[in-house]
Ligand binder design. Structure first.
Ligand code: BG6
Length: 486
């Protein structure tokens, strides 16, 4: 059956930067289901030709070397534009008629709606799709992708879930978190569940702690208005960092199927230990980079955190007493997302000169999510001809060295999965609500006398110096290593 991808918020940045390039590259690779049409909807007036011309330029820019005019032209013939207002019921009626008569030629077709508008319009857009009868499936499947942020707290996420379920059933809904579309995040599932050597040591008996870092070099730039209301916990932790935590900590699903996978992920969130009173100041850390308050649309007295670190516990048999440190920030030393599995010291330190204060020389498994995608195992070796001096060295797997071709952008995989009806890499309603249930109390504590101090850090640092002291006080150290890019 033919497919129609309907993008609401078509004139926005995400559409030109990610969605159209991803759909185009899928077409170029021959992966897009046959007869897939793309319809953009937004308030800006465009003719089909004008929108295609604009997208030709932006897609060429964002695809770089991978762009080629001939395949673009074949793809662009299936792109359409329809002017419409989310708050106007008549727009949805005219969109419906346009889709049925001009795009789908009155024949059955499956549709994938993509909400890429301002998040404040999601509920309204869903309501309008329902009122216009555009969610019912008599003439083909109807699916909807909802971009992040999914709510701004537990209450708004619940309300959005309720509004969504009035119109779509859960099987039709795809809540996107682009981190799950990253090849290296999926590779973590493969590392864990397609190899037998890691499973026996993937637990409290061998692992001292886990560090999950998503460091960004960029500052807030022109997004100050949005960012100041969100802050790093809403922007990065509620979604991306908790997703990485779930994939690292989950049990093996019974089968590789959406609900089996999501059941296991949800169990991780249910196992996160709640914090109380003084624990918020002990187990959470917040910072702001110097100069943030001068950024565009940021109030000069803003206390919004641009850096945070959390110490979480997953209270189950596997992870008893193994802290998970989650850390993310803007304006940091470099762009790197990595998961460090820090193993315990050997039980007897035969070759140590004296007692160590930290276990940083013990084995590590470093999973590099981006930009130097790969995996390293750090272990001790003997320095030749130097008595029993030891040095840490590593076994290094790099995607770039091992495979040819650029790693595809996350949106390619996610759009294709949604078109094929595979929700394995999308968040379920209970998952997003549980994630907010972890973040909300921390946000509330940060507004209360239990708040940890807001520490400042210079641009280009690994966050505030005090976050290192915080780790040291726990006899641990951050793995502050910028990836080597070839
Ligand atoms: C987005 C956040 O979800 O993720 C941004 O809103 C952040 O603030 C971005 O920069 C990071 O994504 P990536 O794929 O570049 O790591």
């Amino acid at each position: 059956m033919p497919n129609t991808v309907v993008i609401f918020g078509a004139s926005g940045d995400l559409t030109s930067r990610k969605l159209i390039p991803a759909l185009y590259l899928l077409h170029q690779k021959g992966r897009l289901p046959k007869e897939t049409r793309v319809v953009g909807v937004s308030r800006t007036p465009f003719t089909h030709e004008a929108w295609r011309a604009e997208l030709a330029g932006t897609t060429a820019k964002f695809c770089g070397k991978e762009f080629d005019t001939k395949s673009w032209e074949a793809f662009a013939g299936n792109i359409f534009y329809h002017r419409g207002d989310i708050d106007d019921a008549a727009s949805f009626q005219s969109l419906k008629t346009f889709l049925e008569t001009e795009v789908e030629n009155n024949a059955p077709a499956s549709r994938l709606y993509y909400l890429s508008t301002s998040p404040t319009l999601y509920e309204m857009a869903i309501g309008q799709l329902g009122a216009a009868g555009m969610a019912e499936e008599s003439k083909g499947l109807r699916r909807i992708i909802i971009e992040k942020p999914f709510g701004t707290n537990l209450a708004t996420a619940k309300s959005l879930n309720q509004a969504t379920h009035k119109v779509f059933n859960e099987k039709q809904v795809y809540r996107i978190d682009h981190y799950l579309g990253k090849e290296t995040v999926q590779n973590l599932l493969v590392l864990r569940f397609a190899n037998s050597i890691f499973e026996p040591i993937w637990n409290r008996n061998y692992i001292d702690h886990v560090q999950i870092t998503v460091a960004e070099e960029v500052e807030v730039g022109s997004r100050g208005g949005y960012y100041d209301k969100a802050g790093v916990l809403r922007d990065m932790f509620q979604n991306h960092l908790l997703q990485l935590l779930m994939v690292t900590a989950m049990e093996a699903p019974a089968r590789y199927q959406a609900d089996f996978i999501r059941d296991e992920k949800v169990k991780v969130l249910r196992s996160i230990r709640a914090m109380h009173g003084a624990e918020f100041a002990q187990h959470t850390f917040r910072g702001q980079y110097e100069g943030y308050r001068q950024a565009k649309d940021v109030p000069p007295e803003s206390n919004t955190a641009t850096f945070a670190a959390l110490r979480l516990h997953v209270d189950n048999w596997r992870w008893n007493r193994v802290p998970f440190y989650l850390r993310s920030g803007k304006a940091m030393s470099c762009r790197t997302s990595q998961i460090v599995i820090q193993f315990k010291e050997p039980p007897q330190l035969l070759f140590a000169d004296g007692p160590r204060t930290t276990n940083i020389d013990a084995n590590k498994l470093v999973i590099q999510i981006q930009p130097a995608e790969g995996i390293q195992i750090h272990f001790q070796t003997k320095v030749p001809d130097a008595g029993m001096r030891l040095r840490t060295t590593d076994l290094n797997f790099s995607f770039q060295r091992e495979y040819t071709g650029a790693l595809p952008d996350a949106y390619q995989r996610l759009l294709l999965d949604a078109l094929n009806g595979d929700a394995s890499l999308f968040a379920r309603s209970d998952e997003v609500e549980l994630a907010w249930g972890i973040i909300d109390p921390i946000l509330a504590a940060w507004e209360s006398p239990a708040a940890p101090p807001l520490e400042f850090y210079p641009v280009g640092n690994w966050g505030p110096e005090q976050s290192n002291e915080w780790m040291e006080s726990q006899k641990r150290a951050w793995f502050d290593v910028c990836p080597v890019l070839h």
